[in-house]
Design a binder for this molecule. Structure first.
Ligand SMILES: Nc1ncnc2c1ncn2[C@@H]1O[C@H](COP(=O)(O)OP(=O)(O)OP(=O)(O)O)[C@@H](O)[C@H]1O
Ligand SMILES: [Mg+2]
Length: 238
């Protein structure tokens, strides 16, 4: 399978603080890949660097065969790269519908945007019920669904999700993850998912990497990592 995203020797940080140390990974078309790690391991920093929100100090990121290292984040959605940030980061004073439409801003065809909005609300029927409500008034689960739906509005090839399970009940986590699986099948979507919920993430993913203090320390098929004694002990409390 063709590699959709390749990260090689990526270093990034904040001012004088180095966070990522030569991170290398790849995501093939149609895969669900998880990056798991503890609080502060650098998971969000890694997604920010890939999305172009943070300029790497070294290394290379290529997406669909093009070098996108340091490319501005706003160019992502139009090029097939969408992100669901930590906590969803919706616009709280805009309606659900307007949040979704903003996710489709790169599509200049208003008819196509409206059709896509309809599809998003078919995927998450609760968003149709709440379409006129301010996003800031959504429940945690609804907010996360809205954030996923907003990212899908641009018909991305790769969707990156930053800890979509945070603060949600196990049942809600299952629902969101099952929608992600459906989207992968139905839309040939590829997913890079960052999670602290290691058990659930390894159930969903095809492959996973373990990020520890800004470095990849382990990687492989998710089924293998689920059986790995170190992972079970350190991250799953088993
Ligand atoms: N904007 C920032 N400015 C300075 N330091 C930051 C900034 N964001 C994150 N850091 C630091 O970078 C390190 C990695 O943080 P990051 O948010 O990437 O971790 P994470 O793995 O996403 O953690 P969590 O699971 O808690 O979200 C931490 O030490 C954090 O304090
Ligand atoms: Mg984070």
């Amino acid at each position: 399978m063709m590699s959709l995203l390749t990260v090689e020797g990526l270093c990034a940080g904040y001012g004088e603080l180095p966070v990522l140390h030569e991170v290398s990974l790849h995501v093939a078309e149609g895969e669900i890949v998880a990056i798991v790690g503890a609080n502060g391991a650098g998971k969000s920093t890694l997604l920010s660097a890939i999305a172009g929100l943070l300029r790497p100090t070294a290394g290379r990121i290529s997406f669909r065969g093009a070098d996108i290292t340091g490319r501005a984040a706003h160019r992502g959605p139009g090029a097939g790269l969408a992100m669901v940030p930590e906590g969803g980061k919706l616009f709280p004073f805009l309606t659900v519908e307007d949040n979704l439409l903003l996710g489709g801003y790169t599509n200049e065809d208003a008819k196509a945007r409206a059709a896509r909005l309809d599809e998003a609300m078919d995927t998450f029927p609760i968003l149709r019920e709440r379409r006129g409500q301010l996003a800031g008034k959504l429940s945690g689960g609804e907010r996360q669904m809205c954030a996923v739906a907003r990212a899908m509005m641009s018909r991305p090839a790769l969707m990156m999700l930053d800890e979509p399970s945070v603060g949600l009940s196990p049942l809600m986590v299952e629902r969101i993850f099952s929608v992600v699986e459906t989207l992968v099948r139905r839309e040939k979507l590829t997913v890079l998912l960052v999670e602290q919920n290691v058990g659930e993430a390894l159930e969903l993913a095809d492959r996973a990497y373990v990020l520890d203090h800004g470095a990849i320390v382990l990687g492989g098929p998710a089924a293998e990592l689920r059986r790995d004694a170190r992972i079970r002990e350190t991250y799953m409390g088993l």
